[in-house]
Design a protein around this ligand. Structure first.
Ligand code: HEC
Length: 232
């Protein structure tokens, strides 16, 4: 095979691969308004995650479950059992129970037109070509506007005709914009953590694996050289 044939084949393969990679992005239907970028470093910020958990328990758990996470998992956010029981378990749930809303599902559908979905994986399911699921939630919670044509009196820019009222409107009204943005960023960080609580561990293990491979490469390389040194 000549060099030019090889290069041509490589180019064709690369084009095919890039087609494969970009295809799902093109197909995923994104929201019509551009998304704001969620400050992603918050996901590594324990104080932000704790605050997000507090906001969630107080303002969201009334309607939404995050059934994939149990209360005792919140220890990964740097909290002990007493702190979790005292500040974050606001229902009758036990320490080992999944985080479930007490809202009766049947009534909810009648009241809001839609059952409030479980938010365990929303930070993943809402990702699209327009941004991450975190970007979507962050923008969604900051783009409510009053609309008398809607049964709840509220509408939303990234989720037109949404069934959920603006549950944080009083908070938004009393806080300066930057503080409200910050609170929503903490809440979003918590939901991103909820969608993959082991992400942190996975990344830390990944670093060690790469370090090991780098070290192993040096050993293998020198060992190979030693084995072959007398054979010319
Ligand atoms: C009064 C009940 C209620 C409360 C409280 C509530 N929600 Fe909702 N939420 C809903 C309903 C109902 C829907 C479904 C709306 C629809 O599909 O039209 C929804 C949908 C959502 C969605 C979109 C999910 C998706 O992918 O479609 C997100 C995200 C969300 N809520 C976040 C929150 C957060 C964060 C809080 C707390 C700050 C909260 N909700 C509090 C009722 C509620």
């Amino acid at each position: 095979m000549t060099i030019s044939t090889l290069l041509r084949r490589l180019a064709v393969t690369a084009a095919a691969l890039s087609g494969l990679v970009s295809a799902p992005v093109v197909l995923a239907a994104g929201p019509s308004v551009p998304l704001d970028t969620f400050p992603v470093t918050k996901v590594n910020d324990v104080a932000a995650l704790q605050n997000g958990a507090k906001v969630f328990m107080n303002y969201c758990l009334g309607c939404h479950s995050i059934s994939q996470v149990r209360y005792n998992k919140l220890r990964d956010l740097g909290l002990n059992e007493e702190q979790i029981k005292g500040n974050l378990i606001l229902t009758q749930a036990k320490f080992g129970d999944p985080i479930l809303t007490t809202l009766p599902l049947k009534g909810a559908k009648e009241w809001f037109g839609k059952t409030p979905p479980d938010l365990s994986l929303t930070a993943r399911s809402r990702s699209s070509g327009a941004g991450t699921g975190g970007d979507w939630i962050y923008t969604y919670m900051r783009t409510y506007y009053e609309d008398s044509a809607r049964p709840t009196g509220w509408n939303n820019k990234v989720y037109p005709a949404v069934g959920m009222p603006h549950v944080l409107w009083e908070v938004q009204k009393t806080l300066p914009k930057s503080d409200y943005d910050n609170l929503v960023a903490d809440l979003t960080a918590f939901l991103v953590w909820v969608a993959e609580p082991v992400a942190q561990t996975r990344k830390q293990v990944g670093v060690w694996v790469l370090l090991f491979l780098a070290l192993f490469f040096v050993f293998a390389w020198r060992l190979n050289a030693a084995f072959w040194k007398d054979i010319k």
